[in-house]
Each structure stands twice: as structure tokens, then as C-alpha cells.
Design a binder for this molecule. Structure first.
Ligand code: SAM
Length: 290
């Protein structure tokens, strides 16, 4: 049995040995709690057939457990100072590939083609919080074959991902996540599970990708344009939000007609519409520009 990296003692030992300085700009808060780590591993449901992509391995605490459970782990780390440390802490494993890159610049589609014959991979990570949304939306929108994404994020972001229509957390992110996946909150994680401690609470969320989107939309790009426009001015009615934020794409009469055609009242607010209602609206408006 190899000693786990995810403990306060071992983490401090590694930090000291390499004289490593935490970089705030990279969102470096390393996980030091083995219970939380086990929850991530169990909920991600990985097995010896799986190729896993990890974003931001840090000093390798999660990477190590992923390597124990998966066939192959590809870990992408931006901080070049961590690369020699990872090569050392993970030297007992021959199923880990470390890539020193910015995840937002990696061609993940190509990576999955090369490493897994285009079969779906799993993404597991304790994310750098400053780029949570671009990472997740990038994975969804680029059509990378992904089975599930199990990630540590800010608690507030996890709540927004899972929010229901009409609540204060509900917005474009909730709708995008719901369009592409089924979200499940695995655990809430307090600051003391990390080193250094973040100021905010965290949560592990699992997003299981839909095989097919749950709604029938003719033009998904238009759908997301409409969603963004509706939430741009939250306090406004749907019709005004769309009129003001779609660069004159539709006049008021067209918007009025579309809203009525999907069975909604004209004074409805965007924040109350479900994904299905937004999809119906997008299909109505699509017919007008076709
Ligand atoms: N996985 C480790 C753990 O759980 O202890 C570290 C998690 S820490 C919250 C986030 C990690 O992502 C850091 O190692 C950081 O250097 C790395 N990172 C930050 N921005 C990145 C980027 N754009 N691309 C790849 N890695 C990044």
C-alpha cells in the first residue's frame, strides 16, 4: 500500500521538500481530506476500463487515487513548478500522463481521439475556481465524448448549476447544465478540507451527460442566445429582455406572438421559464427567421 498524498502531514512534507509556494492566481487549494477524496472517487464511478482526464492535479492527491481505480489518467497542470513534484509523488504509477498546459488551450477532442479511440472519457477534478464555467461549458459545447464530469466547485456555483426555475440561483448556467447533463450534488465541502483554506464553501457535483438533450430544439445556438438575453436584465419581463438584448433580431409583435403561442402570459419573467419553455420559445422564434 502506497501512502496517500491527501493528508495534512504528507501535503506539508511535500510543500516543504520542494519549497513550493502556493499561487493564488492559479486557484491552488489542495485537498487534504481523505474522506472527501473517497467520495469523489466513489461518486465518479470509475473502473479499470476508464480513461480519466484530470484538470489541475496540484501535487497529485486526487491523481493518485484516480490512477489506482482507472485504466489511464491524463492530468493537465498549468503550473510548471508542479511538474517535477508530480513526477516524483506519482513515480509509482505507470498509467498517468502529465501534460503541462493551460486546460483552456488543450485540444481535448484530439486528446480523446488519441488516448481513447474517441470513446467517452470521464472528467474528475478539484477545479481551479476562477475558470469553472469556461472549463465545463467548453467540455459540453465542444462535443468531446464525455460520460460524466465529477468536480469540486464553489458551493455557490454548484447551487446555480442545480437551481430550479423561479429561484434566485436560477440562470443561464442552470439551463445550460440541464440541457447537457443531469446534475447531482455529491457533497458539501468546508474550507478546512483544503490547504490553504479558501474563504468560501465548496461542493462536489457530478454532471452525467445526457445521451440526447432532454428537449427538441431546432437551433441550440439560438436557444442559448435567447436564454442569455432573457437573463441579461433579470428584473425585466421576458418580452422586454428579449427585445432589448437580441440586437433587433425580432420586433415586439413577433416576440408577443411567440410568447403567446407557447401558452405564456405577456408579463412573464424570463427567470420563471423551464428549459422546455425556453426550447418551445426558441422553436417559435426560429420559424420567424427561417
Ligand atoms: N487536484 C489538486 C488537489 O485536489 O489537491 C489541486 C486542485 S487546485 C484547486 C487547482 C489546480 O489547477 C492547481 O494545481 C492549479 O495549478 C491548476 N490550474 C489552475 N489553472 C489551470 C489551467 N488553466 N489549466 C490547468 N491547470 C490549472
Amino acid at each position: 500500500i502506497i501512502e496517500p498524498i491527501a493528508s495534512p502531514k504528507k501535503t506539508i512534507e511535500i510543500i516543504k521538500k520542494y519549497d513550493f509556494a502556493f499561487q493564488k492566481k492559479f486557484g491552488q487549494n489542495f485537498l487534504i481530506d481523505s474522506h472527501v477524496l473517497n467520495k469523489i472517487i466513489t461518486s465518479s464511478n470509475i473502473n479499470k476500463e476508464d480513461v480519466v482526464i484530470e484538470i489541475g492535479p496540484g501535487i497529485g492527491s486526487l491523481t493518485q487515487q484516480l490512477a489506482e481505480n482507472a485504466k489511464q489518467v491524463i492530468a493537465v497542470e498549468i503550473d510548471k513548478k508542479l511538474i517535477p513534484i508530480l513526477e516524483d509523488t506519482l513515480s509509482d504509477y505507470n498509467n498517468i500522463t502529465i501534460i503541462n498546459e493551460d486546460i483552456l488551450k488543450v485540444d481535448i477532442v484530439k486528446l480523446v481521439e488519441e488516448k481513447n479511440d474517441n470513446k467517452p472519457i470521464k472528467v474528475v477534478a478539484n477545479l481551479p475556481y476562477y475558470i469553472t464555467t469556461p472549463i465545463i461549458m467548453g467540455l459540453f459545447e465542444s462535443n468531446v465524448p464525455v460520460d460524466s464530469i465529477t468536480v469540486m466547485v464553489q458551493k455557490e456555483v454548484a447551487d446555480r448549476m442545480k437551481a430550479k426555475p423561479g429561484t434566485k440561483d436560477y440562470g443561464a448556467l442552470s439551463l445550460a447544465v440541464g440541457y447537457y447533463s443531469e446534475p447531482y450534488i455529491v457533497a458539501n465541502v468546508p474550507p478546512n478540507c483544503f490547504m490553504p483554506r479558501p474563504k468560501i464553501g465548496s461542493a462536489v457535483i457530478k454532471l452525467t451527460k445526457h445521451k440526447q438533450p432532454p428537449v427538441d430544439v431546432v437551433d441550440a445556438k439560438l436557444l442559448f442566445k435567447i436564454i442569455r438575453a432573457s437573463f441579461n436584465q433579470r428584473r425585466k419581463t421576458l418580452i422586454n429582455g428579449l427585445y432589448n438584448n437580441l440586437d433587433g433580431m425580432f420586433d415586439k409583435d413577433q416576440l408577443k406572438q411567440a410568447i403567446e403561442n407557447i401558452g405564456l402570459k405577456l408579463n412573464v419573467r424570463g427567470e420563471t421559464l423551464s428549459l422546455e419553455e425556453f426550447s418551445n420559445l426558441a422553436n417559435e422564434l426560429y420559424r420567424l427567421i427561417k
